[in-house]
Design a protein around this ligand. Structure first.
Ligand SMILES: Cc1ncc(COP(=O)(O)O)c(C=O)c1O
Length: 374
């Protein structure tokens, strides 16, 4: 049986990974500055992560949400204190799209409304409401099309003010836009969203699926603006490759039995992975490393030949070239064995390494980049 052919593939088969490095079946080493779409947060095969998941699997790997799963409580406690949201509650799912679906559902249940405001170049996932709120008509199937979503240009406060009214259930915005080409929302824009959501009784949903979990140098990217969203969605870095996502929900939003549900979300193994990730983030002070390494790399890239703009914060970096980036990424991979990411902007390379990447790895990239551009 063939695989349903939806992914263009590199002809590379990784068979081993450690930290920021991968090795393929022919024994070639690669530097991973992309983490498989920003997923690898604490580095590939971190020993603490491997041992925690292995030990959990020896005891019990799965049971459904009809029993007590202590790993969920442990995760909620750690996540609350590390993220600075100890009074929010946690609902666990399996992916970023699913996190956003549930965020929309809560907003709609809570407000009794259905209108959603989203922004230009946004990406929120490929499922029902999440894809409808994604600014890419090419991935919206007819069944996903509806007129509940209004798109507003990103960072355009005036346009946003014009569409906000008492019919809006939720406004969704990424902490830093990822797929759209690493675009940072202005502090004043996030604050205006908070202000108008509160004024009109709408919920502010912060999609931190890509920008969260320490990637920006803060636990969540929106914390730069000092705003408190009603719901925060997260996924990618949360399990370092083990599928897990979740939403943090403001204490003013009450839960009701049956309101949300999932078979796999929050299972024993997923919680073991997510708890190990938080332990490593804390023990190795990875937020500080992400901030420091990000500053270093952004500083080194700015003003370089071939670069039009460097965007982002911490280890979520977009390098907009003065030319299409595909041949440059290709050369980085083929000649230098360096994985980078693309974006919906054809000139922009995305750099999303593990949060414990070091100066040595950044210099390998900078040298390779210079050689290719010259
Ligand atoms: C900001 C954002 N939200 C949601 C998603 C969807 O996540 P998933 O692919 O886990 O469903 C992504 C994936 O790239 C994302 O970048």
């Amino acid at each position: 049986m063939p695989l349903f052919d939806v992914y263009p593939l590199f002809d590379i088969e990784p068979v081993k990974a450690q930290g920021c490095y991968l090795w393929d079946s022919a024994g070639r080493q690669y530097l991973d500055l992309y983490g498989g779409h920003a997923v690898i947060s604490i580095g590939h095969s971190h020993p603490h992560y491997v041992s925690q998941i292995s030990q959990q699997l020896q005891r019990i790997g799965f049971y459904s949400n009809s029993v007590r799963i202590p790993g969920q409580q442990a995760l909620a406690g750690k996540l609350g204190s590390l993220s600075g949201y100890p009074d929010y509650s946690l609902f666990l799912v399996n992916s970023g799209a699913e996190a956003n679906e549930n965020a929309f559902k809560i907003a709609s249940f809570h407000t009794g409304r259905k209108k959603i405001i989203s922004f230009g170049k946004s990406f929120h996932g490929r499922t029902s409401a999440a894809v409808a709120a994604t600014d890419n008509p090419a991935i919206i199937a007819p069944v996903n099309q509806h007129d509940h979503v209004v798109f507003v240009p990103f960072n355009d406060t005036e346009a946003f003010e014009q569409v906000m009214d008492d019919s809006v259930a939720a406004v969704i915005i990424e902490g830093i836009q990822g797929v759209g080409g690493v675009r940072v929302p202005e502090v004043s824009f996030l604050r205006k969203i908070r202000e108008l959501c509160s004024r009109h009784g709408a919920l502010m949903i912060l999609d931190e699926v890509q920008s969260g979990y320490g990637r920006s140098g803060r636990f969540f990217a929106h914390q730069e603006a000092g705003v408190q969203p009603d719901i925060i969605s997260m996924a990618k870095g949360m399990g370092n490759g083990f599928p897990i996502g979740g939403i943090l929900i403001h204490p003013s939003i009450p839960a009701k039995h049956g309101m949300l549900g999932t078979t796999f979300g929050g299972n024993h193994l997923a919680c073991a992975a997510a708890n190990a990730v938080l332990e490593v983030i804390e023990q190795e002070d990875l937020l500080a490393n992400a901030a420091a390494m990000g500053e270093l790399l952004i500083g080194a890239l700015k003003g370089k030949r071939g670069i039009r703009e460097v965007r982002g914060r911490g280890l979520m970096i977009g390098i907009e070239l003065d030319r299409p980036c595909a041949p440059v990424r290709q050369a980085l991979l083929q000649q230098y064995g360096i994985f980078t990411g693309s974006s919906s902007d054809k000139n922009t390379i995305r750099i999303l390494p593990a949060l414990n990447v070091g100066e040595k790895e950044l210099n390998i990239f900078l040298d390779a980049f210079d050689n290719i551009i010259s």
